[in-house]
Write a new protein. Structure first.
Ligand SMILES: [Zn+2]
Length: 339
């Protein structure tokens, strides 16, 4: 049994590694991709149904109170152990009704950050080694971020995604398998499946619904998928500032890129990848530089959790189902019969 289980685990790890490698090697160059998506969906013109369907802005609060802490006063959160930490300046709550878009690379409607304010976002996790390292760097600086998880990766490493949630970060979704939803051969149904499978997989991995926050793989904004997300009341996240960490040669390069762009722009939603080793390595120094530069971290949260679709929850439950033996109590599988 152990050998069989070992083999199974190895094949899962191998599959995960292949998937990860595929992500790195098969992803088209982002610059050329971006030009296409701009042509398909001009940044200043929202998707057809969105402009008609919604005119109300998301609600933001400046409160840094933690509803969970308020609900359980007997267990206050431990104070930050680092007196010089970057910390968290404020928490904003997003009303995702109608699917508002954020990040000036593609969405210009909601300019909610003050000068020197920064939102940290991380895509493509959870991933062993790199995601825990990102979590540690954030914890060391007592600060919070938004993570856009790939459904497949969440299904491989639910325990890492749970650790992200337990640390108080916001978790959004990033499709099931990181396909380009704006590709020519992509159909409306396939795009819906990718989005909803990702949503349900992340929910299953977490054991609770994520935030209704979504980021398009490679920032490839398909107009029809945008319209669909609007009907699903899921907010869309582009970025104000791309770290291009996935092509950085080392950690230093990421720190330099982010800080020089930030010093020019003054604020913004920063796009990074907890999937990337160099990003995990860069984060402690980057967070220090943000602190030294007088930047303040803002955490985006959702007003209400994501409503996943029951049909996809059921389908993903079957697809992600653990071996039957794992769901049985130990005593029903193995018992001491002699000492
Ligand atoms: Zn991605």
């Amino acid at each position: 049994m152990r050998n069989a289980l070992g083999l199974m685990l190895m094949s899962v790890v191998a599959a995960a590694t292949i998937a990860g490698t595929w992500l790195l090697t098969a992803a088209p160059h982002r610059h050329s991709a971006k030009a296409e998506s701009v042509a398909a969906a001009p940044p200043t013109s929202p998707a057809p149904t969105r402009s008609a369907a919604r005119v109300d802005a998301p609600e933001f609060t400046g409160s840094i109170s933690d509803p969970q802490a308020a609900a359980t006063p007997a267990q206050p959160k431990p104070a930050c152990a680092n007196p010089d930490a970057l910390g968290l300046s404020r928490v904003v709550e997003v009303d995702t009704s109608g699917g508002p878009g954020f990040g000036f690379e593609h969405f210009k409607q909601f300019d909610f950050l003050a000068d020197k304010e920064v939102v940290l976002t991380f895509d493509d996790g959870p991933w062993p080694g790199n995601t825990p390292a990102v979590l540690k760097a954030l914890a060391d600086e007592c600060t919070k971020a938004v993570f856009f998880s790939i459904g497949k990766h969440a299904s491989y490493h639910p325990e890492i995604l749970k650790a992200v949630a337990a640390a108080g970060h916001t978790i959004g979704t990033h499709t099931w398998s990181h396909v380009n939803l704006n590709a020519k051969k992509m159909t409306e149904q396939l795009a819906k499946d990718e989005i909803e499978k990702g949503n349900s997989a992340v929910k299953l991995a977490l054991g609770t619904a994520p935030a209704p926050f979504f980021r398009f793989p490679e920032l490839q904004h398909s107009p029809t998928a945008m319209a669909y997300l609007g009907t699903r009341n899921i907010a869309m996240f582009s970025a104000d500032l791309d770290s291009f960490d996935f092509r950085a040669k080392n950690a230093d390069q990421i720190v330099t890129t982010v800080m020089s762009k930030l010093d020019k722009q003054g604020k913004g939603i920063i796009l990074m990848h907890d999937f990337q080793k160099h990003t995990a390595e860069a984060l402690p120094a980057l967070l220090r530089r943000l602190k030294e530069g007088g930047y303040k971290i803002v955490l985006m949260r959702a007003k209400t959790p994501m409503q996943t679709l029951a049909e996809y929850d059921e389908a993903m439950l079957k697809e992600m189902k653990l071996p039957v033996a794992a769901t049985r109590p130990v005593s029903s599988v193995i018992q001491t019969v002699a000492r």
